[in-house]
Write a protein that binds this ligand. Structure first.
Ligand SMILES: [Zn+2]
Ligand SMILES: [Zn+2]
Length: 349
């Protein structure tokens, strides 16, 4: 094994370029670098599609099923779960652990495949995603965090508002979607020509995430109806499952008052075991905020981190190397089992 020890964010902040002028960002790196009214319209269209298309697709699938237009088969379920797995691998292992945190090194082929898979997830283009996430770690649950649930006034109604903002509302807020100077966070990624090409061809990969399951469904059923069902379940219904029900809960649920906080981080991140499997380990989110540059999210034998298992398998295939892991003595130093109420009180102060 080639795991190396990772520092915690508080010991060594993310290596985020801070003084590089935005002019260094290549021209035409749409959709992230368009500006002015065009950018606002583009962001609103994207937010509208991400918010409403998946639930509408789920409604359509249920109505057609209820009308007896089709019978749900293993093909649709397989395409939905298979595409979910591939897209979470792309986002969690690629966008998150590799590009945002550089928690391991990847062979060029693995890097490209992970970036493409993540681009099919309907969570935005790769470099924008990493910029948003690095900003989240820099300002976690403080002013500047793009999607914290804790920046609203006190009171039950505002707790609900904060939860909705963290889950999906933030993509409707220009200051969260496209904050001034955001490109400074990812100048290293803009210099990677592979990532830049994948970023610039984002909409093609987005379409591929719908067309590929449609083609497979059509081939297996031998009909256009099968192609439509494959596209429906492998495309927008899968997006609903990943973005609305599982992976986006990282922003809302694992930064809410639910879950446990074994590490005394300066934010409100928590570990939520229920989401560990569908998020490939990301819901051990307090572990992650304590040691953001570690490639593993599991700090105990019973904390399932399928993402780490996949990285170990890729390492055996020589596609991944230099996986970072939390240093044992730092884990012990940071660990605390204070009652959650006391920790929240301390954070409030
Ligand atoms: Zn977080
Ligand atoms: Zn992270």
């Amino acid at each position: 094994m080639h795991a190396i020890e990772a520092e915690s964010l508080e010991d060594t902040e993310l290596d985020v370029p801070g003084d590089v002028p935005e002019a260094e960002v290549p021209e035409g790196a749409a959709p992230c670098t368009v500006s002015g009214p065009t950018a606002l319209v583009a962001d609103r269209v994207f937010a509208f599609l991400v918010t409403f298309l998946p639930p509408l697709a789920v409604g359509l699938a249920l109505v057609l099923l209820g009308l007896g237009w089709y019978r749900l088969s293993a093909i649709e379920l397989g395409l939905m779960l298979g595409m979910h797995l591939l897209c979470v691998i792309g986002v969690e292992l690629g966008f998150h652990r590799l590009f945002s945190h550089r928690s391991y090194e990847a062979h060029r082929a693995a890097k490209v495949v992970l970036a493409v898979l993540g681009s099919m997830a309907f969570e935005g283009p790769v470099i924008w995603w990493a910029a948003t996430h690095r900003k989240h770690h820099r300002y976690s649950d403080k002013q500047g965090d793009p999607h914290s649930p804790h920046l609203h006034p006190a009171g039950a109604w505002h707790v609900f508002r904060g939860f909705v903002h963290a889950h999906i509302g933030w993509i409707w807020v220009p200051a969260s979607m496209r904050p001034p100077g955001w490109a400074r966070y990812v100048t290293d990624l803009y210099r990677d020509s592979d990532l830049l090409k994948i970023q610039l061809s984002y909409f093609a990969w987005l379409a591929a995430g719908f067309v590929i399951p449609g083609a497979i469904g059509g081939a297996l059923h031998g009909s256009w109806k099968g192609a439509f069902l494959g596209m429906l379940y492998g495309g927008p219904v899968r997006v609903f499952m990943m973005n609305h029900l599982t992976y986006w809960c990282i922003n809302s649920v694992t930064h809410s008052r639910l879950g446990s906080r074994p590490y005394a981080t300066s934010d409100r991140s928590s570990n939520v075991p229920l989401l560990a499997i569908p998020t490939l380990g990301q819901s051990w989110h307090n572990n992650h905020h304590a040691f953001p540059s570690a490639s593993t999210m599991s700090h105990a034998w019973w904390q399932i981190d399928i993402g780490d298992w996949i990285l170990r398998a890729l390492e055996c295939a020589n596609l991944v190397s230099n996986r970072r892991r939390p240093a044992g003595h730092r884990m012990a130093k940071k660990k605390t089992y204070l009652p959650r109420s006391k920790m929240n009180h301390e954070s409030d102060g």
